[in-house]
Design a protein around this ligand. Structure first.
Ligand SMILES: [Fe+2]
Ligand SMILES: [Fe+2]
Length: 336
């Protein structure tokens, strides 16, 4: 009990001492300190403490100073040890790769690959309607935006401008929240959202720390939590990936392909194909692996003929953390 209080006090101090930072930066700071916290909680605590001290977010010099503090840190230069007479090994700069644990028991709808502005309205409506009817939470599992203007690939004359896409995204998240006012909504970054940091790294590295997809989409205003850095989201005991965390195209049987990579139960989007693979090994463990259909137009100009299908999943987390998955395949907005 005492240990928990100490950790909480450390979290509070870190947030109070860095009120000028963005939520992303605070989360990174907490992660680095071994004190992971969810974005929603960080947002609420930052808001409370800012109000307490009358913090003015427009006070740029303070904010810049605070940001600078997180971008640089002092690293001890190896010094001769008085005991051994040698020098010590340099400190590792490796940052922990953490998982996001979502242990709210109950039902979750997992919707992947919407690819705004080429979304399939009927599929999106069907997924959100089920979430609404069953009081489910919503996990948006990557590629919700398409971002063609930021892509490495060749452009098409009809590609939508990034500015327009962001405006459509804001409209989309506003609509989602209006449909699911009380749901927990989590948005995990896919490879198409990653086009923004990659574009900035290539073309505008000087501002890459100040521009982020969740800020542009203003999802924080709708209480939507953001998961980036290719972190796995644990829905109870079920690891959820977007699918690009591993290299490869999924082969003929994407769920089997995913099982060969993970050797565990798992769920992902990315391949735009509904597929399921079950495996019982020598030990009594039973693995269920699921790849999800998409919620986008099935015949984009860059891949007219393919084996994609529409779909989404429902995941029920029991009190013990075990899960039951319904992997839905849709045609014309109807589950088949
Ligand atoms: Fe996708
Ligand atoms: Fe993807």
């Amino acid at each position: 009990m005492q240990a928990t209080k100490t950790v909480d006090a450390r979290r509070i101090k870190l947030i109070r001492d860095n009120l000028g930072l963005t939520v992303d930066q605070l989360q990174a700071l907490l992660d680095n300190a071994g004190l992971p916290m969810g974005r929603g909680t960080i947002t609420k605590m930052r808001k409370t403490y800012r109000e307490e001290v009358g913090y003015d977010p427009t006070c740029r010099p303070k904010e810049a100073e605070a940001r600078q503090a997180t971008r640089t840190r002092e690293i001890d230069i190896p010094q001769p040890s008085p005991i051994s007479g040698g020098i010590d090994i340099p400190e590792s700069l490796a940052k922990p790769y953490t998982r996001v644990v979502i242990d709210d028991s109950g039902r979750w709808v997992v919707l992947s690959d919407v690819h705004l502005p080429h979304h399939d309205v009927a599929t999106v409506r069907a997924a959100v309607r089920i979430a609404k009817d069953k009081n489910a939470n919503l996990l948006l599992n990557g590629d919700i935006l398409d971002c063609p203007e930021l892509s490495d690939h060749e452009r098409h004359k009809d590609d939508v401008k990034f500015k327009t896409e962001i405006e459509m995204g804001r409209h989309f998240f506003e609509w989602i929240r209006s449909q699911l006012p009380k749901a927990r909504i989590i948005y995990k970054e896919g490879n198409h959202e990653e086009r923004l940091p990659r574009y900035l790294a290539r073309n505008a590295p000087a501002i890459e720390h100040f521009v982020s997809m969740p800020d542009l989409l203003e999802i924080e205003d709708h209480g939507i939590e953001w998961v980036d850095n290719r972190r796995i989201a644990m829905l109870g005991s079920l690891p959820v990936l977007h699918g690009h965390e591993y290299k490869g195209s999924g082969g003929l049987k994407p769920a089997k392909w995913l099982y060969d990579k993970t050797a565990s139960s798992a769920l992902c989007g990315h391949f735009h194909r509904t597929d399921t693979h079950y495996k019982r090994g020598l030990m009594p463990d039973f693995h269920g692996v699921y790849t999800l259909g998409c919620a986008c137009f099935l015949h984009p100009y860059y891949f007219r003929l393919n084996e994609w299908n529409h779909g989404f999943a429902e995941v029920e987390i029991s009190g013990s953390g075990s899960v039951h998955v319904d992997n839905h395949r849709l045609r014309n907005g109807e589950i088949i």
